[in-house]
Write a protein that binds this ligand. Sequence first.
Ligand code: ASP
Ligand code: MG
Length: 320
Amino acid sequence: MEEIMVLKFGGSSVADNEKLQLAAKRITKIYDKGKKVVVVLSAQGNTTDRLIKEANELSGNVSSRELDALLSCGEQMSTAKLSILLNYLGYPAISLTGWQAGIFTNNNNQNANIIKIDTSRIVKELNDKKIVIITGFQGIDENLDITTLGRGGSDTTAVAIAAALHAKNCYIFSDVDGVYTADPKKIENTKKIPKLSYEEMQELSSEGAKVLHNRCVEIGEKFKIPIITKSTFNEEKGTMISDTIEENKVKSIVKKEISRISIIGNGIIRNFDLIELIIGFIKKNNLELLNFEIFESKISILFKNIIEDNKIQELHKLIF
Ligand code: ASP
Ligand code: MG
């Protein structure tokens, strides 16, 4: 059987028709070599941010089911457009949504986990010589409701699909050509790292490096799929994340922004209803904590990630 190649393109690599042409060129070059090609796409440019903003403008309390129904549209647009373009260029291509591609998740909207992938449709289309273009970031739960995998989750879709199809590796194309010794957009004289272990990459992702979605590295490690990050726009060698272990070699420095939220008022320590309300809010939103402290007139919570203003809006509405 021909080798299966899984290629994922990030949002800036499919941002407009011109960028789609560049992605199409990379894809057809590989297809022309006789490989089976599966493509996973993000939404175009800042589509997802825009959709979240628009939803929040409509409601101060957006239902997480409906938000996923909305956000999943971004990836459906980019995949359909790429398929239209490839067909125009004379290539047999087909776009598949998460559910068409058999991606089943739990029902944790906005941060769902992939439970299983039924690859039969993908395999059928590959056997029909199609270039299969799959929406990243989305799946379907046991009630046939659409879910999304968390911001940046298309990487996870790509690696999970590479694992399910037993691909040799998974290529992640984006506007950065690899992982660097520090953020090259902010720090001078950084160097690209040719190889990283899964563990090192997981540490980098969870500590704030924005190159890859954290869970995709976990899946890569579990199923032994090497992940190769490359630029869509040049031919430079990227970074390979695999089982390689080099002891005592320092790899990278990362900075992460986190959030501290404090709620203030005299005697707050005895306001059990409020404390329960806040805990309910944290649970409902699946927010990860680093620390939770209650004082006489202050509750201070340190979150693992940045808490966006729309979440503060939601909390404010709950409390006041
Ligand atoms: N479109 C989603 C996001 O912007 C998923 C992704 O790009 O990987 O977070
Ligand atoms: Mg992305």
